[in-house]
Design a protein around this ligand. Structure first.
Ligand SMILES: [Zn+2]
Length: 468
């Protein structure tokens, strides 16, 4: 019998087939995410772990509603969707401004623009402010920041706490599809692939140490994408979607490298944006001019170093100010001094546990913008907004413009101004906004305005901004 089996060529075919199957199965196993399963006990245990890293991914100008996981019809974000499927997604996260610098200053210091007052192009984050990288470095993490947005250059104060903070060397070029638009620019050199390559190199070199890695992606802001990626059409909005798919693929490469190096089970990943982008919803294009939902509503994913059995989705509105108070709380690290934001731990626990959100976690969220931010010496032209679960009020602070009030429950796209027909809500939100605008300035005070040379100004103009 044995001899007959050994003599039969079919035996060898079957054996070869089995070997091939074993190979395929082991490949599949290797491709499985390396996050172990987890839930509420593992979330609580993060507090005492001494091996955690943080990868903080900021996608400049990414509005929340363009991700697959938010219900968008196009497949713009398979990698982010996959991350969200085992993590926590905040479905209603609101940024503090619609322009990069005030919004990033708020996100990183957990203070509102009315307190930090970093609203104009020459304003800087003072040395006395404490940024998350400073807390992580004090806790022994190696801190590295990679950015391609010159509004975040060290001379604006954003490098505080980083062992290494730089713009990656240019090796790649993408198709920048904004070239024909008068309102946006395409002069930024390089590609987000440079950021991804630098991130992968960092992980290979320093993955055995603890680290905080900040990746600030820019190609969505530039409507730029790789020629090999999907193209959804030829309008600005289509180019923008193609760019999201391209940046999503970049994030997929970083996540794969974390998996390959066995780091995913000890790395917390945060994904968010500084503001959105408008495509004519309220008459304009780009960002940095208004405070409607397409400007302020940004994604927020909190991906723990374990995989939830079912995705946790938080529907309670939250603020970008809450991001780092949450991360530091989850990791058992000291809070940012003077933080206005709150830890989102109670909302995360409720979402994972399938229980209703605790009372008191639904707070109004504020945003502010000085519309003359790009013009040195121009008088302030501030716009301020307050949003609750059901309403948003927007008002100009320095000009006599009509107050705008939107009933988000019935008018989520903010088309009908109901300020005149609902005076009770208008007055309540006006009072909240006045209170917010009277906040004392941040205790660290103001920094000296930056002195910039022609080269730096040209770099900012290359992003498509008009700076005088
Ligand atoms: Zn931005």
């Amino acid at each position: 019998m044995l001899r007959r089996l050994l003599d039969s060529p079919w035996t060898y075919f079957v054996a070869a087939g089995l070997l091939a199957m074993v190979g395929i199965v082991s490949q599949i196993e290797r491709r499985e995410p390396s996050r172990p399963p987890g839930g509420l006990p593992e979330l609580a245990a993060l507090h005492d772990r001494k091996d955690l890293n943080v990868v903080f991914i900021l996608i400049d100008a990414l509005r929340a509603d363009r991700l697959g996981v938010s219900g968008y019809a196009r497949p713009t974000s398979p990698n982010l969707d996959a991350l969200a499927s085992g993590g926590v997604r905040f479905a209603r996260t609101r940024a503090s401004s619609s322009w990069t610098k005030p919004s990033m200053a708020s996100l990183l210091t957990s203070t509102s623009p009315s307190a930090h007052r970093i609203l104009r192009w020459e304003d800087t984050v003072p040395d006395a402010a404490t940024l998350p990288a400073e807390v992580f470095r004090a806790a022994g993490l190696r801190t590295t920041g990679l950015h391609r947005n010159d509004w975040l250059a060290p001379h604006f104060g954003f490098a505080q706490g980083f062992d290494s903070y730089y713009t990656p060397r240019v090796y790649s070029e993408t198709r920048a599809m904004r070239r024909n638009s008068p309102s946006v620019g395409s002069g930024l050199r390089g590609s987000d692939a440079d950021t991804t390559d630098a991130a992968v190199q960092f992980l290979k070199s320093f993955g055995r140490e603890r680290f905080f890695l900040y990746l600030h992606y820019m190609d969505v802001h530039q409507y730029a994408s790789d020629a090999a990626g999907p193209t959804f059409g030829t309008s600005h909005s289509d180019f923008y979607d193609s760019a999201i798919a391209w940046v999503d693929a970049n994030i997929g490469a970083v996540v794969s490298e974390l998996d390959r190096l066995g780091l995913s089970n000890r790395t917390l990943i945060i994904v968010t944006a500084d503001h959105g982008e408008e495509f004519g919803e309220h008459g304009g294009e780009g960002h940095g001019r208004t405070l409607y939902r397409e400007m302020t509503d940004v994604p927020l994913l909190v991906i723990p170093p374990f995989r939830l059995a079912t995705p946790a989705v938080v529907e309670t509105p939250v603020s970008s100010l809450d991001v780092f108070p949450t991360v530091l709380d989850l990791m058992g690290l000291p809070p940012l001094p003077g933080a206005e934001g709150h830890t989102l731990r109670p909302l995360i626990e409720a979402a994972i546990g399938g229980t209703p959100p605790p009372a008191g976690e639904d707070r109004p969220v504020f945003a502010e913008l000085d519309r003359s931010w790009g013009q040195r010496g121009a008088p302030p032209d501030r716009l301020a907004a307050v949003a609750t679960d059901e309403t948003r009020l927007i008002r100009a602070l320095d000009r006599p413009e009509p107050v705008q009030l939107f009933a988000l429950g019935t008018d989520p796209n903010e088309r009908a101004n109901v300020a005149a027909s609902d005076p009770a809500t208008r007055d309540r939100l006006e009072a909240l906004l006045s209170q917010q605008m009277q906040r004392p300035a941040s205790p660290w005070g103001a920094a000296a305005p930056v002195q910039m040379d022609r080269l730096s100004l040209d770099q900012l103009r290359a992003l498509g901004y008009v700076v005088h």
